[in-house]
Design a protein around this ligand. Structure first.
Ligand code: SF4
Length: 381
């Protein structure tokens, strides 16, 4: 310490002096240093949500809520409900805060000028940015996502999230064994299967911020993963919308996950009619509970999020009669997508066949009579 304080002490002194300076100078507005960054963030991002402010400032949600709540009570910030989605609340400056914001910027500039005295502040600010960036590594918990198994990452897709450029994260493992499944290795995860680490996925998403809009969490069956909500929370904090693809066999987990507000959009596979469901997912009829699927559909209906129901049509498992029965059954249950089966080397059961595009179109025309909000997808012309 003979040649001056070491870094930790200097950092602590700088932090405390900064707090004291702003506490003192802002006291006439009855706000403190802690609220300064929030008011600037809202002024420069009119209409942001609490969650976005948390992310921008890298603050925990509890602290953000408390600080912004105080600003609201003091009349500096106003919260307005989104006209289209009542769950979303936007933050705006008020006339009162508009009158003081220029003065606040003036104090901030004085602060910077004082700190910059007799030094190259630009270089220091750049170095500080780098040091701050490096400090994030201190918080990476290597074990946090131990329960997450990712079998594959598709870095760009325009087909998986309606109207969005999305990355697709394929979770490994499934509780079904649909014979027509395209991802045998993803379902059975052989010993030599090369997984992708969650950290790698988050690093990739961090780099693609602003270039991608959304992330699809697919599989396998994502709801089997331990720590899925925490993993999705990290993705959400990076600013992405999230779509969940599920086979709908665990309504409780689905409900719990939807209650976190992390899922913006979902797709649920409806494999077949009740009578042929177990066969279509490669399970014994006595080990399968059809009511789980029914409950998951009801949960999605009540959730208020955008969702679709999907059926992959395979010649060996679906007849026109069954599709008509399904159309009746799903009549008032939401948008239904029929997609063509794609035979390939990685199907769980080799040798299954697809209907021809013409046959698919003919069946589609019939079921649309029963359920008009049906869509035909993936037709190989
Ligand atoms: S198609 Fe069936 S087996 Fe394959 S991932 Fe989906 S639910 Fe699992």
């Amino acid at each position: 310490m003979e040649n001056g304080h070491h870094f930790l002490v200097n950092q602590s002194i700088l932090y405390r002096n900064t707090q004291k300076y702003f506490d003192k100078i802002l006291s006439k507005f009855d706000i403190g240093a802690g609220q300064l960054i929030y008011i600037i963030a809202i002024n420069e991002n009119e209409g942001v949500t609490m969650q976005e402010v948390s992310r921008l400032l890298e603050m925990d949600k509890g602290t953000t809520t408390k600080s912004i709540q105080r600003l609201i009570e003091q009349g500096y910030v106003e919260m307005r409900i989104d006209e289209k989605d009542r769950r979303i609340k936007h933050l705006h400056m008020t006339e009162k805060s508009g009158q003081m914001i220029n003065e606040i910027y003036g104090y901030r500039n004085d602060y910077r000028m004082t700190l910059a005295k007799d030094m190259d502040f630009e270089t220091f600010a750049e170095a500080l940015e780098q040091v701050t960036d490096n400090s994030r590594r201190l918080l990476v918990d290597e074990d946090r996502y131990q329960g997450i198994r990712i079998g594959r990452l598709d870095k760009l897709s325009f087909a998986d999230y309606p109207g969005k450029a999305a990355a697709v994260v394929y979770m490994g493992g499934c509780n079904f064994k649909c014979p027509y499944c395209r991802y045998r290795d993803l379902v059975f995860m052989p010993e030599n299967y090369a997984t992708v680490s969650p950290k790698e996925v988050l690093g990739f998403l961090e780099k693609r911020k602003g270039l991608l809009d959304a992330v699809c969490i697919s599989g396998g069956e994502p709801l089997l993963q331990e720590g899925l909500a925490e993993f999705m929370d990290e993705i959400k904090d990076l600013g992405y919308e999230i779509k969940l693809d599920t086979n709908g066999y665990d309504p409780e987990k689905l409900q719990t996950l939807l209650e976190t507000g992390l899922v913006d959009c979902a797709a649920l596979d409806v494999k077949n009619t009740a009578l042929r469901y177990a066969e279509t997912i490669g399970m014994q009829a006595n080990a399968f509970r059809y009511d789980n699927i029914v409950r998951s559909i009801a949960i999605l209906q009540q959730s208020g999020i955008t969702y679709e129901l999907k059926t992959t049509v395979v010649r060996e498992y679906h007849t026109l009669e069954q599709l008509k029965e399904l159309a009746e059954c799903l009549k008032d249950k939401g948008h239904w997508v029929l997609q063509q089966f794609i035979p390939g080397d990685s199907n769980i059961l080799p040798g299954l066949t697809a209907y021809t595009p013409e046959e698919m179109k003919e069946m589609y025309a019939v079921v649309r009579q029963i359920k008009p909000d049906t869509e035909l997808r993936g037709i190989d012309e």
